[in-house]
Design a protein. Structure first.
Length: 490
DNA sequence: ATGTCC
């Protein structure tokens, strides 16, 4: 124990070990906890979980109507109010809805596109491919799209998500089926979106954004489950494309606008919260429902956004390989949200119950047989897409019944930051990181060197460690690993 | 994550 510092000892003292990957924060830890907290992490990785993150898990447990546990995935770290990597479900009648449980980048998410191309077909043209993708898909902070959406198109994107984009010519019908929830959330109401959010969102529909968002050309280097991989259309050596982005300024503004309202609701409804950042309102209240209707608009916008990017990506591949996207086998494998709240039915204490599941930096992972899993994948379970950081592996998993029972059908969302952006910028130079990645065979095209430094592989937790916990715990099971060949980012 | 404070 002498190698543990003070923080570690403190953390160990307050947690109760349930099994190899399950650590409980007992209700006794804080007087306001309505349910215990649960952190799913290996003992080794527990050393990296900050005390502040554990306190956030405990704080979430104070919110009215919370079910079972306030949970944190192995990649959990400090967030706004709720931890990033947090999962919490609230009774749809007695519970609350909280923007902090979704995050600012509403429906930040990931999609995976397969191809029939082999890694050897793509290596020789990777620079050209990435350069063209970088040109075709606007990226960077405040970037504007080459799509000029009208007000009515923006409304349609807000309400219909992926379907709007496909019907506007940006994709094919099968793309819609292969999105979580068919690429939209019901109940979106654009009248709950401020003029300011509309103004920010309108020129950005069809942009990648900045930070850890990326468009990556990858190849499948390892298959863990042949049957599942085959059903998902994946095989070793095959080239895939991953898109990681969200709802841009629109989602950010929607979160900001409604946080202001809900921080007042907390007082109006007499809800006692240990942290102002946990602003919320009773799920049935007008304020909470208005947030949910606006949040759904942002979520749908993000699905439309990833769909438009998919279309432009296909166009670039068509140009470079001189064949149409269909003959290149460029089907959408799946698209998942990892920052969203959803009204779902779960079995709790043996009874079916409707709950608002808040997943913030956590991915839905529904089991085999679930009606929301596309027919094609029904026997396997929902594809769960976990992006790695720039230059590191990404993973494809599938949902399980254990996940449904244990975590409201949720898994982690990726690797999780281990160093702050500021610290990363002070430690690494963008040019050096770019050169290092090139030596590893990964070509990076980015808007600014600072973003490359902020996203250096070293500033993230090892994605394989995080994925292994999820796999061993059984809340999602590994199907395939993909490695980057080239990446375009903000 | 984010026109990194209208």
């Amino acid at each position: 124990m002498e190698d543990n510092n003070d923080q570690d000892n403190e953390v160990f003292d307050l947690l109760k070990r349930i099994d190899e990957y399950t650590w409980e924060i007992p209700r006794e830890y804080k007087p306001f906890m309505r349910v215990p907290g649960r952190i799913y992490v290996s003992r080794k990785m527990l050393n990296d979980v900050e005390k502040q993150t554990i306190d956030q898990v405990a704080n979430v447990a104070s919110l009215p109507g919370i079910q079972k546990y306030s949970m944190a995935m192995p990649d959990a770290h400090l967030g706004y109010g709720f931890p990033i990597g947090g999962v919490a479900a609230f009774d749809s009648e007695e519970g609350v809805i909280s923007p902090g449980g979704v995050g600012f980048d509403i429906n930040c998410g990931v999609r995976l596109i397969r191809t029939d191309l082999h890694v050897d077909d793509v290596r020789p043209v990777i620079r050209e491919l990435i350069k063209k993708l970088f040109e075709a898909v606007p990226s960077g902070l405040g970037s504007k799209s080459r799509l000029r959406a009208s007000d009515s198109e923006l409304d349609d994107a807000f309400v219909h998500g992926s379907r709007w984009a496909v019907e506007a010519g940006y994709g094919v019908e099968a793309d819609i089926e292969h999105c979580e929830g068919s690429g939209f959330i019901e109940g979106a109401d654009p009248s709950k979106v401020s003029a300011k959010a509309r103004k920010r969102g309108k020129p950005q529909l069809g942009t990648l954004g900045s930070g850890n968002h990326f468009l990556e050309v990858q190849y499948v280097d390892n298959i863990y489950d042949n049957d599942a991989a085959s059903v998902f259309g994946l095989e070793e050596g095959q080239v895939t494309i991953m898109v990681h982005c969200g709802s841009r300024g629109a989602g950010h503004q929607i979160c900001t606008d409604h946080l202001r309202v809900l921080s007042q609701s907390v007082k109006n409804y007499g809800i006692s919260i240990p942290d102002k950042q946990l602003a919320c309102a009773p799920a049935t209240s007008t304020e909470a429902q208005d947030y949910f209707k606006a949040m759904a608009c942002a979520a749908n916008y993000a699905w439309a956004n990833r769909q438009i990017i998919t279309h432009w990506t296909r166009e670039v591949f068509e140009q470079v390989f001189g064949r149409d996207a269909e003959s290149l086998g460029m089907d959408l494998v799946y698209d998942v949200a990892h920052n969203v709240a959803k009204l779902e039915e779960h079995i709790i204490d043996g009874r079916k119950k409707k709950v608002y599941v808040h997943r913030k930096g956590a991915t839905r992972a529904f089991p085999p047989g679930h009606s929301e899993v596309p027919r094609k994948y029904r026997d396997i379970g929902q594809p769960v897409l976990l992006p790695g950081s720039m230059g590191s592996a990404s993973f494809v998993l599938h949902g399980t019944q254990e996940g449904m029972d244990l975590t409201f059908g949720s898994a982690c969302h990726g690797s999780g930051r281990a160093m702050s952006r500021k610290q990363a910028k002070g430690t690494y130079s963008g040019e050096d990181v770019k050169k290092k990645l090139e030596k590893m065979g990964i070509y990076v095209e980015a808007m600014s060197p600072a973003v490359i430094a902020e996203e250096a592989p070293e500033v993230y937790k090892k994605s394989s460690d995080v994925v292994d916990v999820v796999h061993e715990l059984g809340i999602a099971r590994k199907v395939a690993r993909v490695l980057p060949m080239g990446v375009a980012k903000g």
